[in-house]
Design a binder for this molecule. Structure first.
Ligand code: LMR
Length: 337
């Protein structure tokens, strides 16, 4: 569909959406929640938990319609659809906010930045996390919560045991400048691609490999088209649950409060299951015997880390020096504990 037609349709929908927040009591307020992963993932289960809590706690005054697996929109389109009010809620990876004009979220994409989930949680639940949400408001978006999907691992159809192995390899990434720099620093060639296109691109050799959480690799069956996986834990997959600002602020106050609490509880749930979902996925890939799994030794991890260290200075202006310094301070303090 041409963009003008899409815009026309979406604007018409936006008018409907605006009115929707003030539905007569007989009609439930409908929240369309679109995302790009399967339901059998931390994010998929988090969305279902939110639906369960939101619908029961509002006694049916709100109806959550979940559209998983890019059913409605792919990565980039879903952000446009949210801004235009065609959908009311998303939970995209924070690595995909660049096209919205808020590349500061790519501060989370810097490699080997977070020693563990606990440190990451203290960053996202603190001033850095909240400050970044503020940047979304001028874009007509409100940030409600951060969700997690654990650490990223590399997979490919060629072994990745040494830095040299990356030379000339084509690696799929999300639409992040920092990730582009990361892949180039490893000596490989970055290729931005929508999540829903990755499986076929790996199968057809359009790209050799990709980086992701193990849960995403398993639930998208990527292990069936990837001969090698290296457990490098070199970055994180993190989500921001976001809503259309006009819709959110147009809700009756009691409904908005109830939904905010439901989101808090769904977020605690999502973050509590993320690690186990990834551990279980690793066991399922092992059992499938499709992919050779290699644990990156600390000595080689140090080599990769050193190769990527210049990114911190290189992208300082993109991600915000203040954000970087605040995170480095939290990481330093955590290492004293
Ligand atoms: C990706 O594009 O690899 C991920 O962000 C997909 C997701 O939402 O977990």
């Amino acid at each position: 569909m041409k963009f003008t037609q899409l815009a026309g349709t979406l604007v018409a929908l936006a008018l409907v959406t605006g009115a929707q927040a003030q539905q007569p009591a007989s009609q439930p307020i409908v929240i369309k929640f679109s995302h790009v992963v399967t339901e059998d993932t931390p994010k998929g289960k988090g969305a279902l938990k939110f639906k369960e809590l939101a619908e029961s706690r509002t006694n049916g005054r709100v109806k959550i319609e979940i559209y998983p697996n890019s059913q409605l929109y792919k990565d980039r389109e879903e952000l446009e659809a949210l801004q235009l009010g065609a959908v009311q809620m998303l939970a995209p990876s924070v690595s995909k906010f660049g096209p919205l004009g808020v590349r500061q979220f790519e501060v989370y994409d810097l490699p080997y930045e977070f020693p563990n989930q606990r440190v990451l949680d203290s960053v996202i639940d603190g001033p850095v996390g909240k400050g970044l949400f503020k940047l979304l408001e001028p874009k007509g978006i409100v940030g409600l919560a951060y969700w997690s999907n654990g650490f990223k691992e590399f997979s490919s159809n060629k072994p990745m045991k040494k830095l040299d192995d990356f030379k000339g390899m084509k690696i799929r990434i999300q639409s992040s400048k920092v990730l582009e720099g990361e892949i180039k620093a490893l000596g490989a060639i970055p290729q931005v691609m929508a999540f829903s296109e990755v499986y076929t691109a790996l199968q057809q050799g359009v790209v050799d490999g990709e980086e992701n959480s193990i849960s995403n690799k398993y639930t998208q069956k990527m292990h069936e088209v990837q001969k090698y996986m290296t457990l490098s834990d070199h970055g994180v997959i993190m989500y921001a649950v976001i809503v259309n600002k006009k819709f959110w602020e147009g809700l009756p106050a009691d409904i908005r409060d109830t939904l905010a609490r439901a989101m808090d509880d769904a977020s605690k749930y999502e973050r509590s299951i993320a690690q186990k979902e990834n551990d279980d996925a690793l066991e399922k890939i092992r059992a499938a015997k499709t992919t050779e799994i290699y644990v990156l030794p600390a000595s080689e991890k140090a080599v990769w880390r050193k190769a990527m260290l210049p990114l911190y200075q290189q992208y300082e202006d993109v991600v915000g020096k203040d954000n970087l310094q605040a995170i480095e301070k939290i990481v330093a303090e955590s290492s004293k504990q």
